[in-house]
Every structure is written in C-alpha cells, then in structure tokens.
Ligand binder design. Sequence first.
Ligand SMILES: [Ca+2]
Length: 300
Amino acid sequence: MLCRNYKYDVLRRLLTINRGITRIIKVFLWFLVLIGIVVGYHTRGINDRAIIEPFYSYKIAAVYPHDSSAFTQGLVYYNNYLYEGTGLYGNSTLRQVRLEDGLIRQVVTMPDQYFGEGIAIVDQSVVQLTWKENTGFVYDLTTFALTGTFTYPGEGWGLAYDGRHLIMSDGSSKLTFLDPHTYQPVKQVDVQSITGPVENLNELEYIDGVIYANIWLEDVIALIDPETGFVIGWIDLSGLGSYLEGRFGPEVLQRIDVLNGIAYHPGTGHLLVTGKLWPLIFAIEVGEPGSNLEGRSQGL
Ligand SMILES: [Ca+2]
C-alpha cells in the first residue's frame, strides 16, 4: 500500500513537473507568437511602403551642358527650347536656352530686389514667381516682354501648370492651385507621405496627371497625386552627384548647390533635371517601380 501510495505520489509529482514544463513551453510558444506578430507587422510596414510609395529606377539617357552660374529655380521644356528661371538677388533671370548646347537664345534680368523662383508656361506667356517679394511676373513667351504682374501671399518657390491651374509650392508641404488668369487661389492640397507631411516642396513639373516635385535639400523627386496630395512614388537621384564628381572631380560638389529643376521632354519622354549651379542637365529615363532599395541610384 505504501509502495502503491508512493508510486502515485511519484506519478503526481511527475505530472506536476510535466504540467510546469508544459506551462513554460506554452509561455515560450506565446512569446514566439508575439515576436512573430511584431516582426510580421514590421515587415509588412516596410513592404507596404515599398508598394505604396515605390522608388522608380532610372537611367541617364543623355547629358547636356548647363550654365554653371545659373541658380536654377524653374525649368520647363516647350517647343524645342528650355525655359529656365534663375534666382539670387541681383542675378535673377528668365532665359530661353537651346538644350543641345546650352546656348542662351534670350534672357531678361529681374530688378535687383527680386529673387526669381519657379516658372510655368500658360498659353503664350511665361509666369515667374519671386521668393519673398509676393510678386509674380508675366512675360510674353516669344519676346520676353513684361506683360503684367500679380501678387500672392507667402513665399513663392516652385510653379507648374496642369492645363487648368497654376500649381505653386511655398517651401511647406502645401501646394496651392491658382486660377491661371486671375492668379487667385482655387484650392490647396497637403502633400503627405506614409511617414507624414512632405515639407520643403520646391521646383515642380506636371506630367500626365502626376506632379513631380523636388524636395529642397534632398536628392529625391516626389511623385504626387494632385487630387489627394498623397505621394505615390519617389525617384532617388543622389547618384547624379556621383556622376558629376566622376566627371568634374570632387571639387564640383563643393561648388554646386542642391538638385532643383524638373522639365519634361515630350519627344523622348525623358525628364530633364539639373540643380542650382550644376554644370550639366541630365535627361533621365524613368524605369519601373521597384522596392525602396532596388529602385535607388540605378543606371550610372
Ligand atoms: Ca518645372
């Protein structure tokens, strides 16, 4: 009997130990599940970003000379010529440039108290913003004669035309849509990435229903849905600096300013991009959307 009780006692103890082990295993398994959920959520977040805001690959299709004294603030390609607005007080201009060799065919200089900013072509006029002077200038496209001015509140940075409205950036995350004839604001969108508002929106271009925007102090272009303001993709052009360094030597990076200037060449489908004081204009062929890393800095 004693022996039998002892046997049951041992069995009970073994059972208790077994249950304890089972409990530890269960806790451990729940811990693994929890870790799995956290890792899975994190991974899904990365993948979601890659899907929602992919980085587009690109390759350099051609390079063209660019006036390295041009502090580029606006860039448009129209009827076989490049139109460029430049900044800096006392050195701001609007110019018509031959893309192939950089020849300046026509230029008008702004009064010294104006800092030129973004430009856009509306019908037969070129509209040019100024940085802090709250004044827009309107020129005849052919003669560059000044045909009018208008005022707007806040700073002027980038400008584009979508066929219905002028689209203006002011250095914040907001884009303001203006009536192209009265220059009155019609609506505003706040540009948002999955990581939050996209500040420092700079030079702009409207291409096939998408707004392309330089981000000041960053070597990327944001692709923006004009209706919602949501970023739908990115182009990382940081590789262009490496190209310039390889061609002109490391000192060029000390002399040039930021990437700024997007135009669209309808004949080739290329983006024409440059920067402030850059010695080259790059014709970029935009490729397929990739993951964040796959789409970065390809084609050099
Ligand atoms: Ca532009």
